[in-house]
Design a protein around this ligand. Structure first.
Ligand code: DP6
Length: 420
């Protein structure tokens, strides 16, 4: 009997600064335009996945695939994908990733293995953050290492979900648009140490599933939006280079302006889709207003924060160290306030002292912020609104991968889940 092969990996979600929206090839998930993202920190947000391969020694039996995602189990029948019942994973895309690995790998007889997969997130599923990027990045890393895949890992992750290819790396990551699959890959622009003053705040405003998924939404946009052509051209011709330069020079003003403009442009494209896609809600618009007013606070033409929204109402704020406490103070004291039932989890942060932020703001600044709050509540926000979670992250580093180490595995060597 050969020993089973076990691989475990950990990856984080990423947030696009210049967004991907629209495919030139649905099967291969090739994007119409390139995109740039920041990978989040694994200690606050991460997916962990273990893949175990066991040689199927009984040739009369079909090889099996068992997947357990966040404690929900699914057996995948490759020969009859329609029979797969309730899907915990997108089976078509999973099989596309798996076949790409098995068709280009170094281990012999790759179709003769039983595959067991277990995966979970350290962030509440209810917090409304997409986990398909970190999920497919983990899966690609595990399968690639287990089967000794010869190709590019980000190309593999991309077949699971476009944005997943960017979660294969830490830091600031670029995914290039190209008609050839093996050239539409992600790579690191700058590593996680490049801009240590950068913070990302995820404001979880709603936790229900989005009404139109990214996949369906971008398909409709590609079919119906006449403005999309203009966006693709703008991104490819100007925005990617401008963003790369802004990050390289740590030029927050240019960075913030581009982030906000690209998010606005993407949502304008959603509006131009027929029928239109509305991902932002009233709370999202209030966050846009808050960032806009906050940027005017010191009257010095310097941008202090930038907002960005994906295909949903939740907001991502990019902000440097020197303003992050001010901004969280505003969030905590404006009529936006924490929802009672998630009180103790309200702030999930990479740093403990973040929770004691009030002590760190000077009295003079606090007085200024209190005036701002009174004015803002009066003008824009005179009724209570709720933020469900506020997640604080720095720029995250590369994924973790452990090969043949059962001590970090989510599965035991009999493929049963490890006891918690
Ligand atoms: C708005 O990667 O989830 O978050 O490739 O169909 O799986 P598929 O879509 P997905 O789309 C992400 C869209 C976005 C922008 C971005 O992350 O670049």
């Amino acid at each position: 009997m050969t020993d089973p092969i076990v691989v475990t990996s950990e990856c984080s979600p990423n947030i696009a600064l210049i967004k991907y929206w629209g495919k030139s090839n649905e099967e291969l998930i090739l994007p119409l335009n390139g995109s740039i993202s920041i990978t989040l920190d694994k200690s606050v947000l991460r997916t962990k996945t273990t893949v175990v391969l066991e040689k199927n020694t009984d040739q009369s039996l079909k090889s099996t695939i068992k997947i357990c995602l966040n404690n929900e189990l699914q057996e995948v029948d490759e020969t009859n994908p329609k029979s797969n019942g309730k899907q915990v994973i997108n089976v078509k895309r999973f099989i596309s990733v798996l076949n790409m690995v098995r068709n280009s790998c170094l281990i012999s007889d790759p179709y003769s293995y039983n595959i067991s997969i277990s995966s979970n997130n350290n962030f509440p599923t209810a917090c409304g953050l997409a986990s398909s990027a970190s999920g497919f990045a983990c899966l690609a890393l595990c399968l690639a290492n287990a089967f000794q895949y010869k190709g590019d890992i980000s190309e593999l992750a991309r077949l699971g979900s476009g944005s997943a290819c960017r979660s294969c790396f830490g830091g600031f990551v670029k995914w290039t648009a190209h008609e050839e699959s093996n050239k539409s890959v992600a790579s690191v622009l700058f590593d996680h140490n490049h801009w240590p003053e950068m913070n990302i705040l995820a404001l979880i405003l709603e936790d229900e599933r989005k009404i139109v998924s990214s996949t369906d939404g971008m398909r409709d946009t590609t079919k119906t939006s006449q403005l999309l052509k203009h966006r693709v051209d703008l991104v490819e011709r100007e925005r990617l280079t401008q963003m790369e330069t802004a990050i390289r020079d740590k030029d927050f003003n240019s960075f913030a302006e581009l982030v906000m403009k690209d998010s606005n442009n993407f949502h304008a494209i959603c509006m131009d889709t027929y029928p239109p896609l509305f991902y932002l809600n009233d709370k999202s618009k209030l966050i846009i207003r808050l960032v806009t007013e906050f940027n005017k606070l010191d009257g010095d033409n310097n941008l202090k924060a930038a907002y960005s929204f994906d295909a949903g109402p939740n907001s991502f704020i990019f902000i440097l160290d020197k303003y992050v406490l001010d901004f969280v103070y505003l969030l905590k004291n404006i009529n936006f306030e924490k929802s009672e039932n998630v009180d103790k989890n309200f702030i999930l942060s990479v740093t403990d002292d973040f929770l004691r932020l009030e002590e760190k703001i000077s009295d003079a600044r606090k007085a200024q912020l209190d005036d701002f709050i009174a004015l803002f509540n009066n003008r824009f926000c005179n009724e209570k609104r709720f933020i469900k979670y506020l997640i604080h992250s720095k720029v995250g580093n590369d994924p973790l991968v452990s090969v043949n180490d059962w001590s970090v595995s989510l599965l035991k060597n009999n493929c049963k889940p490890v006891d918690k």
